[in-house]
Design a binder for this molecule. Structure first.
Ligand code: ADP
Length: 257
């Protein structure tokens, strides 16, 4: 592979978005954050490194495949975000059963052989948990910071903490914690806390202790039917319905990172 453009001297803000377990909305949040940042005029790249559970192309309505020019891969662009995903290289959506070295090589190619151009932000949608991909990215992206997505459920805090800790082991710092599915706004305007409360604060406190530097909660995103419908339809809610409470919460987080 050619030189890694995101090595130590990169000017790009590189964020690894992780979670302890699947289904907490990590990919939805990452896709919407990327689109929100691009909408604010930033140059944004998005790597879907959730190799086994890739969903970014669907969430952004991407059907195009990457094209090759000389030795480089040109990524499809959706909503002004350059996107690459393992799903774009598979025929018939076949499941991926790769071992560590193959995963490492794929991730390395995503970073080094894709024509990203100059980027302000590179967001990486990580597989849930800890594992080979996280370790590869730790080596390949020394300046990256981790964002942990969690639900309010306290029982999940410990696993979420571990996903933040893996970056610390490879010398990366933690940017903060995002709480998703925080509450449902009821017709009378009150909040129903379906998954309890305090999850993000708990994870942030644990990661603060573990890392020895303050880890903030970056924001709380409510449950939102339009958000879910938008991700299913490939229409990110931050553009299609910016007044939706979940969309505006994501927009505010984009201003903080
Ligand atoms: P993960 O990447 O953590 O596995 P996804 O982003 O794929 O999770 O989200 C899992 C499901 O939950 C998807 O169907 C998604 O549309 C839905 N979802 C995510 N966040 C929200 C939310 N705030 N409100 C409603 N549905 C959500």
């Amino acid at each position: 592979p050619r030189q890694n453009p995101f090595d130590t001297d990169t000017l790009t803000r590189v964020y690894l978005v992780g979670s302890g377990k699947g289904g907490v909305g990590k990919s939805s949040v990452t896709a919407n954050l990327a689109v929100a940042l691009a909408d604010k005029g930033f140059r944004v790249g998005l790597v879907d490194a959730d190799i086994f559970g890739f969903s970014i192309p669907g969430q952004l309505g991407i059907k195009d495949k990457p094209t090759r020019v000389d030795e480089m891969i040109l990524p499809p662009v959706a909503f002004d975000v350059k996107v690459i995903s393992i799903g774009m290289f598979l025929d018939d959506n076949k499941p991926v059963a790769w071992r560590g070295p193959m995963l490492h090589r794929a991730i390395e190619q995503f970073l080094c052989d894709v024509y990203w151009g100059d980027l302000d932000f590179l967001l990486i949608d990580m597989p849930p948990g800890t594992g080979d991909v996280a370790i590869s990215l730790g080596q390949l992206l020394p300046t990256a910071k981790t964002i942990v997505v969690t639900t309010p459920q306290l029982a999940a805090a410990e696993v979420a903490e571990r996903s933040g800790a893996v970056g610390l082991q490879t010398g990366q710092s933690i940017l903060g914690v995002i709480e998703n599915m925080s509450w449902l706004v009821q017709p009378d305007g009150s909040r129903l806390e379906i998954f309890g409360s305090g999850g993000a604060e708990d994870v942030a406190a644990r990661l603060t202790t573990l890392s020895g530097s303050p880890v903030p909660v970056l924001g709380q995103i409510p449950l939102s039917i339009p958000l879910r419908e938008g991700s299913d339809a490939g229409n990110p809610i931050v553009l299609s319905d910016p007044a939706d409470p979940a969309a505006s919460a994501i927009g505010e987080i984009a201003l903080k990172i």
